[in-house]
Design a binder for this molecule. Structure first.
Ligand SMILES: C[S@@+](CC[C@H](N)C(=O)[O-])C[C@H]1O[C@@H](n2cnc3c(N)ncnc32)[C@H](O)[C@@H]1O
Length: 145
């Protein structure tokens, strides 16, 4: 009888040990997946480390409707246009297609690379649509002081 209780206790503790080890690896995997997603999200959405936290504007691209509204506001105008925080460059491309000479300011290097690649693929010259890696807060200070 005592033997069988010992065997039962041993089996129970072996099961608990297996469960807790398994649980730990599930927790580790879940944390790693979350950290990976967060890293990707931050890379695409946040403007990097150069901008102080209180001044950060996350990447929220304009919808088709918002882009059209901007284009309506630009109707009858021409010249140069600056998009402060140009994201993937959608406003810059839309405005340059109607003759504006545009510069997109962007600090997120992933988005900058995406917009430059899109401009290259569309064959748009840099004189028409140009993307620069500059913090618009600092650029503004640089041009006003
Ligand atoms: C709301 S999104 C607008 C994107 C784009 N103009 C559009 O309409 O789809 C703001 C963008 O500004 C960029 N950004 C935020 N702070 C910035 C800064 N200080 N200087 C330059 N770009 C910045 C972000 O990385 C993000 O891509």
């Amino acid at each position: 009888m005592e033997d069988s209780i010992d065997v039962m206790l041993q089996e129970q503790s072996a099961r608990l040990l297996y469960f807790s080890q398994n649980n730990r690896s599930v927790t580790l995997w879940t944390s790693a997946i979350f950290a990976g997603f967060y890293g990707l999200w931050a890379m695409f959405v946040m403007p990097g480390l150069k901008v102080p936290l209180r001044l950060k504007v996350p990447y929220v691209p304009s919808t088709k409707e918002q882009t059209m509204n901007v284009m309506k506001l630009l109707e009858g105008r021409k010249g140069r246009l600056a998009d402060l925080g140009s994201g993937d460059g959608r406003l810059v491309f839309e405005a340059s297609s109607v003759g504006f000479k545009c510069t997109g300011f962007e600090v997120n290097s992933v988005l900058l690379a995406v917009s430059r690649a899109r401009a290259w693929m569309r064959g748009i010259p840099t004189s028409q649509a140009n993307f620069v890696s500059k913090d618009f807060w600092r650029t503004y200070q640089d041009t006003t002081t």
